[in-house]
Every structure is written in structure tokens, then in C-alpha cells.
Design a protein around this ligand. Sequence first.
Ligand code: TXE
Length: 483
Amino acid sequence: MKLGDMQQNPRHLINGRWEIGTTTGVSINPSDTREVVAEHARADRNQTEQAVRAASDALASWSHSNPQRRADVLDLIGSELLARKDELGKLLAREEGKTLPEAVAEVARSGQIFKFFAGEALRIPGELHASVRQGVQVDVTREPVGVVGIIAPWNFPFAIPAWKIAPALAYGNTVVFKPAESVPTCGWALSEIISRSGLPAGAFNLIMGSGREAGQTLVDHPLVNAVSFTGSVATGTRVLQAATARRARVQLEMGGKNPLVVLADADLEQAVDCALQGGYFSTGQRCTASSRFIVEAGVHDAFVARLRQRLATLKVGHALERATEMGPVVDETQLAQNLEHIAIARKEGAEHVFGGERLELATPGHYMSPALFLARPEHRIAREEIFGPVACVLRADSYEHALALANDTPFGLCAGICTTSLKRAMHFKRHAQVGMTMVNLPTAGVDFHVPFGGRKDSSYGPREQGSHAAEFYTTVKTGYMLA
Ligand code: TXE
């Protein structure tokens, strides 16, 4: 089978072999629903269990491999992702619908993540302590956790799997990876590169299929020692309950309702840029997207007028067209969900400023115009994650009021502030109840070498990315020795 044929018909990777599925599924281009991106394998419980057993059998070899070998494997994967970023970015744009520049940048970032963890494999930290007992030496070392189940969402089909798979392998774990149903070909393309990197058979396995069957099997399987999940709060909560019931380690990244505070002293153009990028780029389908613009009264009307102007000229279109600034929504279900939220906002009395309509363009796709409303804090549009190009403005009387509004949410992933006051910026950084803060920057758009994650309902377990990833992907051993 040639690579091109495989890309049309992605198979599972189980124990180093490409396997057909028990059933097949199709993935569709959201920019042009006439185009089938691929017909891919789907796994049932039995096939998923085979992948878990393969990962478990490979542990003895990979967990004791030397760090240089792991670094070489990860570096090779990173280099190929970087070298093929244009081609793979095109695939990503076709299957998920983000614009080509966004998609190419995501693939490049995935390559950088693998290269970062190639370095981390050589820097696994340990500690040496003097004992409280005479003549005894104590050391603290880190070991792999075991088999890691990786359950990924559709919105970053290269980067999110990369920032889970790379640390898992760097620290000597073996992996069963399940991409989201709507982006199997991206998951397969990443796995195909990983399959040629020099790993022992079974150290990395790919399973495509439904969350309910393949995903749940990973969560429930006694040989899966840890589960790293990114997705919705509802599914994350189910994953947590099932995995912790059998005492597996769990890490969850879920939703956000991220605020961008705009103070009266802000540079208005910069604030509007931050709002546009953070709220609407990647079609608003980012857990770090800003969906609440909390604007101080003095600048409220000017901000709304300027943002409205910018939204009116934002070019929505086919993800592969050069002029496109915002691609389609990922699928019909998500589009219907977005439109439903817009109907609710109108019904609850939020004031419509712009957009929120389904668009008919030259190709049949899941297009909608970016939406902006003026809301009150109790409106559902100001409280629930929508996960689309839909945002609202909340008026704040003062900085203190803005901060209170920013924290008035069950979520706690990311919060931004636009201000020229160092004092306010520092206060906000300290008092925002989130895992990540941004000053004069969009809430979305993070570095790959520092911790990523949030508080409250947004996240559970240790942070992802950077050297903090070791907290989840390793377990600590304390050794005592009479010297
Ligand atoms: O998510 P799910 P979906 C939010 C966003 C979106 C909503 C639904 O609001 O509208 O979630 O998207 C797998 N056991 N986010 O349906 O269901 C599933 O196959 C194990 C926010 O895509 O959470 C997929 O691989 N796994 C988010 C992954 O879980 C299960 C990004 C996520 O699916 C499972 C994506 C089960 N029982 C969506 N059921 C963000 N914050 O970044 C499903 N899965």
C-alpha cells in the first residue's frame, strides 16, 4: 500500500502493524461537504483491547530504553513534522477547517513540541538528599507511569496529540492514542510518522473510533495506567469518574469561558486586535478563545463600534482559500449548537451587535458569520462555553467590577487584560482565578515550552507541556541506601 492510498484509507496501528477496522467511517471536509477526506478504520472494544495489550507488552523494552534513544526518536518525528508542515497543514485545513496559515503553524508547533521533548528525555530530573539517619543516603528518581491512553479532541488535531504523545514517550511510557472522530486522518498522519521513528513495536498504537466504544475501553481497561484527555466538561467528568474508580491517573483539559478585560486606559486598536484574534480566529474553536469581552464603561461604546467594524470585514470562507480569515465550523452538529446558543441569547434579551447567521458560500460548508452580542452576566451566552465564533460584551463600571466579572464563571483556563497601567496589570495577573494570564495579548496563543492548563472546571490534574509535563507522565521513587 502506498502512502497516498493509506491516507485515503487510514488504518489502526496495533503492535507495529497497520490493521483494518471492524467497521469503517468517513471524514468530510467542512469547507466543502462534497469532499470525503478519507474512509478510515474504526475499532470496537476488542480491537482497542489488542492495542492496550500491545502497549503493555512493549513497556518492558521502551521504559528501559536509554534517554539518547528516546531523544533520537522524538527528534526524528519533530524534524519530519517541520519538513512536511505545508503538506500536513493542508490536510489539517481540509479535515478540520482552520485556515491554511493556522494549520501550517499548528503542524510546525507540533514539530517543535517533539523537539522540545527530545531534549527533555535527556534532562529527566532527580534529587539527592541527606538522610535524617546517620550514614544513609536518599535519592528521588522518576520512572514512567506505564501505559498511557491519550484521548484527543478535534480542534487541534496535530498539536494536542503532540503535546500528550511526546512527553509520554520521552519519559518512557507506551501509548494508545485515540483521535477525535472527525479528524482521523490527521491522527493517522501523525501516527504514520511516529511509526517510522525507531520505536519498538507496540510502544505507540493508534486506534480510531467512537468515544463511547474505543475511548471508553481505554478509560476502563485495567492495563491503562494513566489517561490524558482533552474535550468537553461532560465527557471529561465521565472519564474522571470511570478512571479514578479503578485508581488510574487522570489529566483533563476541558472548557473555558475566557474573559478579555478592556480598561478605559487601554490602547483601543490593540484591544480590538486582541478581541478579534482571541475570539474569532480558528473559528473560535479553541479552549483558550475569549468569549467574554469585559469592557470598562468609558471605552465600551467605542470598543463595540470598532470591533463591529472589524467583524463586518472579516473574510469567512473555504479554509484553503488565500483570502480566508475565518474558516468553517468543524461539523453540522457544532454549527447547529452555535446557532442554538445565538437563538437563546436573543430570547434572553442579549442585544445583537453583529453576525451569527449561517452563510451560503460558493462551496457547501458549515459556514457562519462571527457573532457579537451585548449581554448581562446572567445570560447563558456569558456563562456557557459555546466553542464557536460567538462572543459577548459585558459592561464594567470599574477595574474592580471587571475583575469580579472575569472571575464570575465556573471555568478558569485563561484570562486577559488590555491596559496601559502596570499596577492594574500586575493586580489582574495575581487575582485572576485561572491557570494562564495575558496582558495586552489575545487569550489564545500560547508557547509550547511552559505549562498549559487551568483551574476550576477547566482542568484536572497536573499541567500539560513544558517540563511540568513530567508531573503527569512520571511517577516518583524514593531510594534509601546505607552508604
Ligand atoms: O467532545 P467530547 P466533542 C467541547 C465543545 C464542543 C463539545 C463537544 O464545547 O462543542 O466539547 O465536542 C472522546 N470515553 N470541546 O463531542 O465528546 C471523543 O471521541 C472516552 C472543548 O468532540 O468531549 C473525542 O476523542 N472518550 C474542547 C474526545 O473524547 C470519549 C475541545 C473529546 O470528545 C468518550 C473539543 C467516552 N465516553 C470539544 N466520549 C476544548 N476545551 O479544547 C467521547 N470521547
